[in-house]
Each structure stands twice: as structure tokens, then as C-alpha cells.
Design a protein around this ligand. Structure first.
Ligand code: ADP
Ligand code: ADP
Length: 232
């Protein structure tokens, strides 16, 4: 589902160069929950942003759902991005819009007709467990509920891949577990491939099948979670 080959990302500016991602190879299978863990500055955030072309690779190829994202642009890139949902640490909701309107937003942009839109929003609200909160504004929701809206919005266009950027880092431990359980549920029900970045071992142990450990832009260890973290 996702294949990275020889990927390098260099940020340039002020006469300085930062190598944020350095010669990364990665292979993530369909239906997998894949974790990328590392300390702050390791390059996790750059790596996940390469997976929907919020960043363009300096070198290498980034294939997601059958397309090399490094080689496309315009309408083809927009189509590719509809197959890649993303959720964020701080939710990135539209604050002047209701739960229903936030979830419908990507469907409006994709030109989905109103009837179909309403039907799909209702399904999504049920899927993430927000029944009864359809007309609330984000400021009226708990952190966990806000992330549920984020997840529903990310799934609106029926993506094949869900990218999670520190999606539980702003939540308390109990809410974190509830959101992680929701992600597992969605992975099973929809067969969705999930890639998450985190600095928290607990998140990886709880839901990931395989993990890569990042340090200084490189993947220094990779494998099934139980093998990578079995060390005494
Ligand atoms: P992480 O998500 O693991 O904290 P990042 O991908 O955010 O790592 O950062 C990796 C490296 O790239 C860091 O040294 C960071 O300072 C640098 N970096 C990240 N974004 C930019 C940018 N837009 N411009 C320049 N340097 C950046
Ligand atoms: P819209 O353009 O749909 O009316 P807003 O202008 O209210 O939405 O918000 C645009 C963006 O600004 C939101 O996606 C959010 O990231 C940010 N934002 C707005 N209000 C707040 C707030 N009270 N707290 C945090 N972020 C906010």
C-alpha cells in the first residue's frame, strides 16, 4: 500500500541545510497499523507529511495506493489525496462550524451531492460514536470528541490510508485509550491501512502491528512490535 525507496528530505534556508529524512526505505502493507516512533526532531513529522505530499521529497520515491506522489501534481495529486486521510494532534477543526458541517466539508470540496453527503455524514457519526452531538460546535466538545470529529472528517472520502500525526498526544491517558480502540475498530471494519507517528511507546504497544524507530532522520530499527520492544 505504501512503498518508500531511498527517500531523503532536505530543508534549505538561511544558508543552512537540515537533513530531516535520510535515505529511508519503508514498506507498509494493506490493512496494517504501522507505527513510527522517535524523539522530537527525529524526522517523524516530515516523514508522515511526505506520505500525502504536504512535503515533497528531495530524493527517492513515495508510492501510496499505487501512485508515486513525487511525480504527480494538479488534479492527479488532488485525486491521490482523497485516498489519504489525516488526523492531527490539535484536531484542526473549523471552529465556526458544527460537527456535521466539519465532517461534510471534505465531501463538499469533492463535489459529492447533498443527499449522498448527508447519508455519509450520518454513517460516519455513527462509526465514531458521536450520535446526539451532530449540531454541537467544536468548543462544546471534549478533546476525545474533537478527535472523533477529526477521524470522521478524515474518513469522509473513503480513503485507503489514514495518517495520524501525534493524534493522541493532546489527550489524557483514558481518552487516548478510547481513541486508540476506535482506530483499531476502524482498521478492522474498513480494512483501512493506518500509519501513525508518536513519541509514546504505549501507543505503539497498544495498537501497532509493526514499527520503525527513527533517529536523526534514519530508520534505525524496524519490525513487528513484539520483536523490536522485547529487549530486557
Ligand atoms: P519530529 O516530528 O520527529 O519531531 P521533524 O520532522 O519535525 O521531526 O523535524 C526533523 C528535523 O527537521 C528537525 O531538525 C527540524 O528542526 C527540521 N525541520 C522540520 N521542519 C522544518 C522546516 N519547515 N524547515 C527547516 N527545518 C525543519
Ligand atoms: P471557517 O473559515 O470555516 O469559518 P474559522 O475561520 O472559524 O472557520 O477557523 C479557521 C481555522 O482557524 C480553524 O481550522 C482553526 O484551526 C483555527 N481556529 C479558529 N478559531 C479557533 C479557536 N478558537 N481555537 C483554535 N483554533 C481556532
Amino acid at each position: 500500500m505504501i512503498t518508500l525507496k531511498g527517500v531523503k528530505k532536505v530543508y534549505k534556508g538561511n544558508g543552512r541545510e537540515v537533513v530531516a529524512v535520510d535515505n529511508v526505505d519503508l514498506n507498509i502493507k494493506q490493512g496494517e497499523i504501522y507505527g513510527i516512533i522517535g524523539y522530537s526532531g527525529a524526522g517523524k513529522s516530515t516523514l508522515i507529511r511526505l506520505l500525502n505530499r504536504l512535503e515533497q521529497a528531495t530524493e527517492g520515491t513515495v508510492e501510496v495506493a499505487g501512485r508515486d506522489l513525487t511525480k504527480i501534481s494538479g488534479s492527479e495529486l488532488r485525486r491521490a489525496r482523497q485516498e489519504i486521510g489525516m488526523i492531527f494532534q490539535h484536531f484542526n477543526l473549523l471552529w465556526s462550524r458544527t460537527v456535521r458541517e466539519n465532517i461534510a466539508f471534505p465531501l463538499e470540496i469533492a463535489g459529492v451531492p447533498k443527499n449522498e453527503r448527508m447519508k455519509r455524514v450520518d454513517e460516519l457519526i455513527k462509526l465514531v460514536g458521536l450520535e446526539g452531538r451532530e449540531d454541537a460546535y467544536p468548543s462544546q466538545l471534549s478533546g476525545g470528541q474533537k478527535q472523533r470529529v477529526g477521524i470522521a472528517r478524515a474518513l469522509a472520502n473513503r480513503p485507503k490510508v489514514l495518517l495520524c500525526d501525534e493524534a493522541t498526544s493532546a489527550l489524557d491517558p483514558q481518552t487516548t485509550d478510547q481513541i486508540l480502540e476506535l482506530l483499531v475498530d476502524i482498521n478492522k471494519k474498513l480494512g483501512l491501512t493506518i500509519v501513525l507517528i508518536t513519541h509514546e511507546m504505549h501507543v505503539i504497544r497498544k495498537i501497532c502491528h509493526r514499527v520503525s524507530v527513527m533517529e536523526n532522520g534514519r530508520i534505525v530499527e524496524q519490525g513487528p512490535v513484539l520483536e523490536v520492544f522485547r529487549k530486557p
